[in-house]
Design a binder for this molecule. Structure first.
Ligand SMILES: Cc1cc2nc3c(=O)[nH]c(=O)nc-3n(C[C@H](O)[C@H](O)[C@H](O)COP(=O)(O)O)c2cc1C
Ligand SMILES: O=C(O)C(=O)c1ccccc1
Length: 389
């Protein structure tokens, strides 16, 4: 058997570089990285990423992680460790995926391409947002054989939805993530204060403007005049009338696994299972949609209980460290999505910055898992947590 990658070895590399007088290029703490990104980004871009709907749920997301605590075990053999997972019939090297984050061109022009390249180097699946500055074809090309999923903002028109998922399928995306919690944008005070909505400037529409169904019947092509495209995007982007009955059409449009993102209620989780979805992503969209909603981590165990052991359940909203990933796993997540932290890496150093953020959190995961007494990520369960959590 080949020795599994020990991501924690990155720690020694940093210390060894220190002997040569080198210090890490990016601030080590995520809070400091965010502060450094804030200093280089336009105010409106920084707040678009950092902001929530209000701030109550964003705060709750982090407070929930503080409330759960790990109970480390000793005298277990952790000399060889394995953080790989099996998900939807495939092997992935780590339990981490890149959360779909739209309009990355407000951060840097290479945007999703830089993120895709960094993710590809580690085999971390990128979940490409529908609302991206680079088309899904361009991102696929940047990734080669590396794993990728496509996030769908489920448009009004069935023909456009079908076209998008078929393009994803044709370009090697392995799953479709349908985001349910953004049927419209929340009242976002930070963005309202800046009167900043990136799409109104035509940012992030590459998957639409490259789509034959979207382009059909526009009064001017996007190359001639962006306005008709922006207007159509506003009409098409999401459909607040969608209900469980509509899933069947999407199911027919693709043979890829379909995961629903933004499920918090165990009742919805049970309904999703009844309607034959392939997986769920427990998420409150990083506190950007319903301010005052439950911390995503607190929704996780009830959702897991509602769907049983076998349905894949992923998690995001507040993952900042290796211990956070372990806690999410102990509460029932099979894998987790990393969100805002990789955007700070992108802002500070592009592809290298994103790669660095990923290496750090994977190192932290490997070391924390070992020190807590586990040698296999996929064997972690609620026993990892201190009683009374
Ligand atoms: C700037 C920004 C843009 C986002 N765009 C999308 C998107 O296009 N599609 C989607 O499903 N989620 C989107 N999300 C939500 C993320 O996928 C994820 O749920 C969230 O960032 C998790 O919270 P965290 O970053 O605080 O951990 C976005 C989040 C941010 C911060
Ligand atoms: O900003 C967001 O949170 C988001 O999900 C989004 C919504 C529409 C377009 C792009 C991103």
């Amino acid at each position: 058997m080949t020795k599994p990658a020990h991501y924690g070895d990155y720690q020694l590399r940093i210390y060894r570089n220190g002997l040569k007088g080198e210090r890490p290029r990016l601030p080590m703490r995520i809070e400091d990285m965010e502060a450094a990104a804030r200093a280089v980004l336009p105010d409106e871009s920084y707040w678009y990423v950092a902001g929530g709907a209000g701030e109550s749920t964003m705060r709750a997301n982090r407070e929930a992680f503080e409330r759960y605590q790990i109970l480390p075990r000793m005298m277990t053999d952790v000399s060889t460790r394995d953080v790989s997972i099996r998900l939807l019939g495939r092997d992935y090297p780590t339990p981490l995926l890149m959360a779909p984050i739209g309009v990355q061109s407000i951060i840097r022009p290479d945007a999703e391409l830089a993120v895709a390249r960094a993710a590809a180097r580690l085999g971390v699946p990128m979940i490409l947002s529908t609302v991206a500055a680079h088309s899904l074809e361009a991102v696929a090309e940047a990734m080669g054989d590396a794993p990728r999923w496509f996030q769908l903002y489920w448009p009004k028109s069935d023909a456009l939805a079908e076209s998008l998922v078929k393009r994803a399928e044709a370009n090697g995306y392995q799953a479709i993530v349908v985001t349910l919690d953004t049927k419209m944008m929340a009242w976002r005070e930070r963005d309202l204060a800046n009167a900043f909505l990136p799409f109104l400037k035509g940012e992030g529409l590459a998957n639409y403007t490259s789509d034959p169904v979207f382009r059909a019947g526009l009064e001017a092509t996007p190359e001639e005049d962006m306005w008709p495209s922006i207007r159509r995007w506003g009409e098409e982007f999401a459909d607040p009338s969608k209900t469980w009955q509509d899933l069947a059409k999407l199911r027919q449009a693709t043979s890829l696994p379909i995961l629903l993102k933004g499920v918090l209620s165990p009742t919805d989780a049970a309904l999703a299972k009844e309607h034959g979805v392939d997986g769920l992503i427990v998420s409150n969209h990083g506190g950007r949609q319903v301010d005052g909603s439950i911390a995503a981590l607190d929704a996780l165990a009830p959702v897991r209980a509602a769907v049983g052991e076998h349905l894949p359940v992923l998690f995001d909203s507040g993952i900042r460290s290796g211990a956070d990933i372990l806690k999410a796993k102990a509460l029932g997540a099979d894998a987790v999505l990393l969100g805002r932290p990789y955007i700070w890496g992108l802002a500070l150093a592009g592809e290298e910055g994103v790669h660095e953020v990923l290496r750090r959190i994977l190192a932290d995961l490997d070391l924390s898992m070992a020190l807590a007494g586990s040698d296999r990520f996929d064997a972690i369960d609620s026993d990892l947590l201190a009683l009374g959590n």
